[in-house]
Design a protein around this ligand. Structure first.
Ligand SMILES: [Zn+2]
Ligand SMILES: [Zn+2]
Length: 340
């Protein structure tokens, strides 16, 4: 194995460099060396590379936090992983000893760091990750499908909080990748009618493939009126997959409905008619990243309960990564996957 590799490195303020980096080595007993088989571009990567940045990252870090690979080498204490295992990586490395971790709320860890954002990730042929971040998957699953485990695990965490009952009506605001997973998981979970709200026509088409019965273009239609046509007493569940639509969600939810604010936009400020929440007994929830939900996400992929294949719009070499980032930024891509 050569000792250098080509990697996509964050170089600060909107700069991504494709450059030679040393192939990582096992240093700690629980380190695992992976051959990266697929890494997908996330909206967060686009935010990191924005000027001004919409998400922090460490200059010098190899990006790519959604990735899967094959185990090549293991440290002396690595939880039973062996060369040849196919694994999905949970990129959020938590401390294990802060109050949040000790309460089982690892996603609330204050010492958290992230592979592919603050430390080296998967936009490179090789990566070293701690064994406890790895989740084995069935080797019959293609890497380009298994790579959906990370974003799906985040959606599973949110979806479980919603306690969807079969037949309930669901409105998903935003049909980017995250919105698509919500539509699919709601469908698999027994939702009644699913409505997707999305201005981009291409994404609306994908929303139909994912399982939305009705799609609404909010730039052409009055949203509350259109939703009321489908759900005369309002939907039981509304999901904001964008991160700035809390006011719209409150405006369309049915009485005693549940609202999930999932999308992230640190700059968004909502002006909400809060009496609607009180008067209609709405439950408004947030959900952040994955929380012990990788095994469930992998199972959804292995059983085909969610079908992510149609969502792959770009398959790229590492040297073509900028093409994928541009397509994501312009909303031309649902999921762009890099094969390093
Ligand atoms: Zn991501
Ligand atoms: Zn912690």
């Amino acid at each position: 194995m050569s000792r250098t590799m080509l990697a996509a490195v964050f170089e600060g303020r909107g700069k991504l460099a494709l450059k030679k980096m040393p192939v990582p080595k096992i240093e700690k007993p629980d380190d695992v060396l992976l051959k990266v088989e697929a890494a997908s571009i996330c909206g967060t990567d686009v935010h990191i590379l924005h000027v001004p940045p919409g998400h922090p990252a460490t200059p010098g870090a190899i990006l790519g936090h959604e990735y899967v690979g094959e185990v090549l080498e293991v440290g002396s204490s690595c939880g039973g992983f062996k060369p040849g295992d196919k694994v999905a990586v949970d990129p959020n490395v938590t401390c294990g000893h802060c109050p949040a971790c000790q309460l089982g709320r690892h996603n609330m860890c204050r010492e958290m760091t992230t592979l592919g954002i603050f430390i080296h990730g998967g936009f490179a042929p090789y990566n070293v990750a701690p064994a406890r971040q790895l989740h084995r998957y069935d080797r019959r699953l293609k890497p380009e499908i298994a790579v959906f485990a990370e974003p799906l695990a985040c959606v599973v965490n949110a979806f479980k909080k919603l306690n969807l009952f079969p037949g309930e009506g669901v409105v998903v605001l935003g049909a980017g990748p995250i919105g698509q997973y919500f539509i699919q998981i709601a469908k698999a979970g027994g939702a009644g009618k699913i409505v997707a709200v999305e201005p981009n026509p291409r994404r609306r088409r994908f929303a139909k493939i994912s399982g939305a019965e009705i799609v609404i273009d909010p730039t052409k239609k009055n949203l509350p009126e259109s939703v009321a046509k489908v759900f005369p007493s309002g939907p039981e569940v509304v999901i904001d997959a964008v991160g700035s639509l809390a006011d719209q969600a409150v405006g369309i939810a049915g009485r005693a409905g549940r609202i999930m604010l999932f999308g992230q936009n640190a700059l968004a400020r909502a002006s909400i008619a809060q009496n609607i929440i009180t008067r209609n007994e709405l439950t408004v929830m947030g959900s952040y990243i994955a929380k012990h939900t990788f095994p469930e996400a992998i199972r959804l992929l292995e059983t085909g309960k969610v079908n992510v294949k149609p969502l792959i719009t770009h398959r790229l070499k590492l040297t073509e990564i900028r093409k994928g980032l541009r397509a994501m930024e312009k909303g031309q891509a649902i999921k762009a996957i890099v094969f390093p």
